[in-house]
Write a protein that binds this ligand. Structure first.
Ligand SMILES: [Zn+2]
Length: 229
């Protein structure tokens, strides 16, 4: 049975995504979630339709007389803006573009297909492999492959951490996350994500600041921090 997605972006995030006002690196994670989540596809479509209705309503309320010509010109300009058409396309079937790591091959959602050929080489540290993805200023984006039965050392966040599960499962102190689930962690969250004994995990990670490790050797090892950021 397919995993039922339980963790979605907030309404505010989805709204910003739909209107195209979200910073590109975060929009990438939301777009990939929306590709995998029929519920958020519908919500995003409804939000886009609401924006369209607002504009139509403005037409009905338009003033008459001398102002009409100016108004028509302005309205035309508004209608030509891309905001209404952003992210409203019908969901397309996901083409089988894959990424390979550790003799495993994973299908990427449509929004991430560019990453199949666009990521840096995989770096391996213990059971965790990381491949950086080109990102704008202010964010670090990477693909993470976590082998089965492997934990990411306990850490907190100096900024925003967005994790989208692309394959497999991750558990942490707060619960279990499966394919399509989107985790948004702020600096007040400390957690130890790990995979299950018999299942590896591929995820997309978007960070606005480095992770801060809390325990043991990793706390002292800056290279380890660099590995994730
Ligand atoms: Zn969703």
């Amino acid at each position: 049975m397919a995993h039922i997605i339980k963790h979605h972006p907030s309404t505010e995030l989805l709204q910003q995504f739909t209107t195209g006002t979200l910073v590109a690196d975060i929009a990438l994670a939301i777009a990939a979630h929306v590709d995998m989540c029929p519920q958020c596809q519908q919500l995003s479509l409804d939000m886009a339709n609401d924006i369209g209705t607002d504009i139509e309503q403005t037409v009905i309320d338009a003033p008459t007389g001398n102002e009409q010509n100016n108004w028509s010109a302005m309205l035309e300009a508004i209608m030509q803006q891309p905001v209404v058409t952003l992210n409203t396309a019908e969901p397309k079937p996901i083409a089988a573009v894959t990424v390979k790591v550790n003799q495993r091959e994973f299908i990427l959602p449509r929004a991430l297909q560019r990453l199949a050929t666009n990521h840096n080489k995989w770096l391996q540290l213990g059971g965790i492999a990381s491949a950086k993805v080109p990102a704008g200023p202010g964010h670090h984006v990477s693909l993470l492959h976590i082998d089965k039965n492997t934990a990411v050392p306990q850490h907190t966040h100096l900024g925003l951490e967005i994790t989208l599960i692309l394959a497999g499962k991750i558990v942490d102190e707060d619960g279990e996350y499966g394919v399509g689930d989107l985790l948004v962690n702020s600096p007040d969250v400390t957690h130890t994500p790990r995979t299950l004994a018999d299942e590896d995990c591929l995820c997309l990670s978007v960070l606005s600041a480095p992770l801060q490790f809390k325990k043991g050797l990793t706390r002292l090892l800056n290279p380890f921090q660099q590995f994730f950021y």
